[in-house]
Design a protein around this ligand. Structure first.
Ligand SMILES: NC(=O)c1ccc[n+]([C@@H]2O[C@H](COP(=O)([O-])OP(=O)(O)OC[C@H]3O[C@@H](n4cnc5c(N)ncnc54)[C@H](O)[C@@H]3O)[C@@H](O)[C@H]2O)c1
Length: 486
């Protein structure tokens, strides 16, 4: 394979690219053309062994540094990522099909934000002093967990790798990251950059593979923590495997999130949020607000304005910087989404925009809006993970909250209203990990991100992530004599 996107080898382990051609072949397909642009091989037992052993050695060295020393290297890596944002974005666009208008602002830069933020926090991580009777005291040490495994989904490859690596490394851990088999390329660049910035070889290893490679890592007794971004069924398997070894776990899973729009909302802002929350990344975002509840009085006006705004979408070549809708990640994912659209029509929803696959090379599909959706329809219950918005209507606040929460998921939720009191009341009532008032799908590194109910366990980003990548040791210090019964 000789394209510009072919990596030197499949895996980045112990500071260098390595391969074992006995591994399962993984073709990398550019979703805009269907062409193969690279090929990697899934990790064999020997590659996994090298990754774990080198990570164990690097972790000891890394944890021995002061937090500020670790942080300095992480911030340096963030600067390199920012400098290389354009080439990293081009790579991400080829791996995922997401348009450059997005990857230039939301992928490597978001990864750099995480490295900078957690690099800054690294020197502030301390324990506490707990005074006791007689001068005795306890102090706590905030210690690393050891070697962590990160497993990624395909929608935000370098962002997911960085969001997991940054808090892990800040706390003194090593990480072995397995990207999704759909998008194996950009995490390798993060690994290169960390070594270039001064991280010890082996501290952040990338191994490729399907679920079996992920499972082999998760079940290895030398692994101390697992952080997965993926679907609920995979999360259930990985969480169970982690529990078997009593490992720490963070699960960032799927959603079917609501956006509730009251009749006093700023309509233009609400339409913008519904567009962002359904069609950004061609709808392939876990926290998307795919159930849009609109109050009866403004339902017609909302649909009319939304349909007008949909005409402005620029569907096309993701490398064109004005393109706003690229292809789906794969033929398979497009087929899944088309299946849901078919179900929506069969179950009686009204198709108001899109609905069809787009002929030609690449896995394109029209951004799609259904109106008159009811709570029991498949498109309102299951995560579609594609550009399909369901608009539902409601009469009262109580009804909207009840129906918004009537789902097994709980990743995100949004409310649009000018009534301050109602906004906070509704946000408090939402059963979701990340809520928005008059905004949607913003994920600053400073704020915790994660789900409740079936959408996940643990939090990424923010100071909260530190608790998920470190553990406290209590040290009791006795200043007097030690007494015994005999
Ligand atoms: N909450 C979040 O932060 C977030 C972000 C992005 C995507 N997601 C979710 O991810 C899903 C889409 O991504 P996907 O299709 O890649 O998910 P997926 O569950 O199919 O795969 C996720 C990852 O898990 C690996 N895997 C599969 N089986 C495994 C096993 N038994 N043991 C260990 N690893 C295994 C896969 O190889 C892949 O790397 C959607 O449900 C979406 O909502 C969640």
């Amino acid at each position: 394979m000789s394209t510009a996107y072919q990596p030197a080898a499949s895996h980045y382990v112990n500071g260098t690219y390595i391969d074992d051609l006995d591994g399962r072949e993984i073709p990398v397909i550019y979703p805009a053309t269907g062409q193969e642009i690279a090929k990697v091989y899934g990790a064999t037992a020997s590659i996994i062994e090298q990754a774990i052993q080198s990570a164990q050695i690097a972790q000891k060295q890394w944890a021995f540094l002061s937090g500020s020393e670790r942080g300095r290297i992480m911030v340096r890596a963030a600067h390199i990522m920012r400098e290389r944002n354009r080439s990293l974005s081009e790579l991400e666009t080829h791996d995922t099909g997401k348009p450059m208008s997005e990857t230039l602002i939301a992928d490597a830069l978001s990864g750099a934000d995480a490295l900078e933020y957690f690099g800054g926090l690294a020197g502030t991580l301390t324990g506490e002093h707990i005074p006791l009777a007689g001068g005795d005291f306890v102090y706590t040490r905030r210690e690393a967990l050891g070697v962590c495994v990160g497993i990624g989904a395909w929608n935000y490859p370098i962002q997911i790798a960085s969001w997991k690596a940054a808090p892990a490394l800040a706390c003194g851990n090593a990480m072995i990251f397995k990207p999704s088999e759909m998008t194996p390329l950009s995490a390798l660049k993060l690994a290169e950059i960390l070594v270039e910035a001064g991280a010890p070889a082996g501290l952040f290893n990338v191994v490729q593979g399907h679920g079996d490679v992920g499972a082999a890592l998760v079940t290895d007794p030398r692994i101390d923590k697992v952080s997965l971004t993926g679907s609920v069924p995979t999360g259930q398997k990985v969480y169970a495997a982690a529990a078997q070894g009593l490992k720490h776990a963070t699960m960032e899973l799927g959603g079917k999130s609501p956006i509730v729009i009251f009749d006093d909302a700023n309509l233009e802002n609400a339409v913008s949020a519904a567009i962002n929350g359904n069609f950004y990344s061609t709808g392939q975002i876990c926290s998307n607000g795919t159930r849009v509840f609109v109050q009866d009085e403004i339902k017609d006006a909302f649909i009319a304005r939304l349909t007008e705004r949909m005409k402005r979408a620029i569907i096309g070549d993701p490398m064109g910087e004005t393109t706003t809708i690229g292809p789906m990640v794969s033929e398979r994912q497009r087929a899944i989404v088309l299946g849901y659209i078919e179900k929506g029509i069969q179950e009686g929803a009204t198709l108001v925009a899109g609905g069809k696959s787009i002929d030609g090379a690449g896995f394109y599909i029209e951004p799609t809006v259904f109106a008159d959706v009811t709570d029991d329809m498949t498109i309102a219950r299951e995560e579609i993970f594609g550009p399909v918005m369901s608009v539902l209507s409601f009469a009262t606040e109580e009804e909207a909250i009840r129906r918004a929460n009537d789902t097994e998921f709980g990743l995100a939720a949004g409310v649009f209203t000018q009534d301050l009191t109602r906004a906070h009341r509704v946000a408090a009532a939402f059963e979701a990990g990340t809520c928005y008032i008059n905004a949607y799908n913003l994920t600053p590194v400073e704020a915790p991100f994660g789900g409740v109910k079936m959408s996940g366990v643990g939090r990424e980003n923010s100071k909260a992530a530190i608790d998920h990548y470190s553990q406290l040791k209590s040290v009791y210090v006795c200043l007097g004599d030690t007494e015994a019964a005999f």
